[in-house]
Design a protein around this ligand. Sequence first.
Ligand SMILES: N[C@@H](CCC(=O)N[C@@H](CS)C(=O)NCC(=O)O)C(=O)O
Length: 212
Amino acid sequence: MTERPRLFGADYSVYVRIVRLVLAEKEIGYELVPVDIFASEGPPPHYLERHPFGRIPAFDHAGFRLYETGAIARYVDEVFDGRQLQPLDPRERARCNQIVSIADNYAYPALVWGIYVERVSKPASGAVADEAVFAAALPKARTCLKAMSDLMGASPWLAGETMSLADLYAAPIFDYFLRAREGQEMLREHENLAAWWARMSVRRSMEETRPA
Ligand SMILES: N[C@@H](CCC(=O)N[C@@H](CS)C(=O)NCC(=O)O)C(=O)O
């Protein structure tokens, strides 16, 4: 299983970065093949053969094609040597999967689309923020941070004693969220999450995968 995998996507994407973080933490060389889904003409038509839903990332390892970040991340963790990113203990693994699911279903839409896009990205590009979208996202973001903080408890990492997919899922989301003043303020309400972010954000994998 030594063939270099190919990852299709763009460095600005939260989901592409999750897979890049997994690859970086496991120290696996790969090729990032550019696909810009936000290009005005949309993704190139041939990309839909790799991802029928037209999202990024897609992945190819020696002809084995995959899409959906959760499937890619777990495949990479299981097939390649390097740091183990899924806890072996069933309860810790369930906790890790629970946080991944929270990141996917609640944190990504509220923290990235509801807060970062409305408060940072749209104003930076001269677009008018949708205040209703932002206002609706605030309580959802608060719920996300409280839930993650409660689950993390006194552990150093989101799902326990070791860094796992839970951390690599949450980190790119927080990186965008914390560019908003509201994100910084909300993080300060949770000492354990703030300490986690201080630990996570300085990892070499985060530096190596920072969007240009
Ligand atoms: N369920 C997908 C989500 C991937 C996803 O939403 N990627 C975003 C970029 S971060 C995307 O492609 N958005 C394009 C769109 O919404 O049309 C996964 O887990 O890979």
